[in-house]
Design a protein around this ligand. Structure first.
Ligand SMILES: Nc1nc2c(ncn2[C@@H]2O[C@H](COP(=O)(O)OP(=O)(O)O)[C@@H](O)[C@H]2O)c(=O)[nH]1
Ligand SMILES: [Mg+2]
Length: 329
């Protein structure tokens, strides 16, 4: 590498390596390109960065790794786990988005207020999770892209209205409508038969409007029926009741952990952990930071997990929640 790269360039490069989404990567690369001294010695590096910028622009436009011409219907999750809000109209999905995130959806007591998706970010104990408000799922009218977005999400909250006379039939109606589109709402995401084209979506049932007088009785009946099949949580989006429990259960549903990166000889960043599925390994972590790391990884150390204080770990080490990892290449 040429020796005359400025500290500003190196700091942009660091941001590139630590970026968690394609957009952040693209921004960092553009900065690296602008800050790079332009002369013969950096020709190769300039070309390399230009190529990466073009590739990332393509990826962002096509929504991922797919071919250039394939059009995909999904909401860019910006590198976060993504949960979609699904359910009939008027159950309080938009109210729930407003309660869980900083987003400002339109909320009204008439049907079909929400016509387009709207994402927001839920921050809970340093987990950043994208929550996506959706138009209702209904027999009489459902936009075709709604099911495509559901298929691409990491999980769904099936929201029903505990103030309605029959929230049970709301659950059944939505399940049936989605089943017709090959989408199965489940507690476990694994498709038992990988040769069948069904989509299994991790789902939690959320009973909203628990402040209503008929809610306790409705909830009790629902629990008896669905408790063995789904995670379930009653809330009142309108006054924030039980929302912390809901957030906690979202993390449980997604089955995710937080892992912090630490540069050698420096303290770790405490702000934005990397998020992994439980069961991910040190190699997954190195790959996320940068593919060079996984190729050239010499060793790593871990702090956290109780007994490990700077202990050396192997590539197949299983990451634990709140681990702090130091990579050496
Ligand atoms: N009592 C009560 N009303 C709620 C609650 N959450 C939402 N609502 C009301 O239910 C109506 C529909 O809410 P909205 O979020 O637009 O429903 P959506 O169609 O599912 O997005 C609005 O009048 C809300 O004020 C709640 O927790 N309790
Ligand atoms: Mg709505």
């Amino acid at each position: 590498m040429p020796a005359n790269l400025t500290p500003q360039y190196l700091s942009a490069e660091k941001r590139y390596k630590e970026a968690q989404s394609d957009r952040e990567r693209l921004e960092a690369l553009k900065e690296m390109y602008a800050l790079m001294p332009k002369h013969k010695g950096t020709d190769k590096l300039q070309a390399d960065i230009k190529r990466k910028i073009a590739q990332l622009r393509d990826d962002i436009q096509t929504g991922g790794k797919g071919s250039k011409h394939q059009f995909r219907y999904h909401v860019d999750s910006e590198g976060m786990p993504q949960i979609v809000l699904i359910g009939p109209t008027n159950v309080g999905k938009s109210q729930l988005l407003a309660a869980l995130t900083q987003a400002h959806p339109e909320i009204a007591d008439y049907p079909y207020t929400t016509r387009i998706y709207l994402p927001g970010v839920m921050n809970y104990l340093n987990y950043h999770v994208q929550i996506v408000d959706m138009p209702p799922i209904a027999t009489d009218f459902m936009e075709f892209w709604v099911t495509e977005i559901i298929k691409h999400a990491d999980a769904a909250l099936l929201v029903v209205d505990l103030a309605s006379p029959d929230p049970l039939s709301q659950v059944e109606e939505i399940r049936q409508l989605l089943r017709e589109k090959n989408i199965y709402l489940t507690r476990n995401e694994t498709n038992p038969d990988p040769y069948r084209p069904e989509h299994f979506i991790l789902t939690m049932i959320v009973g909203n409007k628990s402040d209503h007088k008929s809610a306790p009785e409705n909830w009790q009946v629902m629990q008896e029926l669905y408790e063995s099949e789904f995670l379930m949580c009653p809330v009142a989006a309108i006054n924030g009741s039980n929302l912390d429990e809901l957030k906690k259960m979202c993390i449980q549903l997604l089955n995710i952990i937080r892992v912090y990166s630490k540069p050698p000889g420096k303290p770790h960043s405490t702000e934005r952990p990397f998020i992994f599925k439980k069961g991910s390994t040190l190699l997954d972590f190195a790959n996320t930071i940068h593919h060079d790391f996984s190729q050239n990884l010499k060793f790593a150390r871990v702090w956290g997990s109780g007994k490990f204080q700077g202990q050396r770990i192997n590539r197949d080490y299983e990451l634990m929640d709140e681990d702090i990892i130091e990579l050496h290449i």
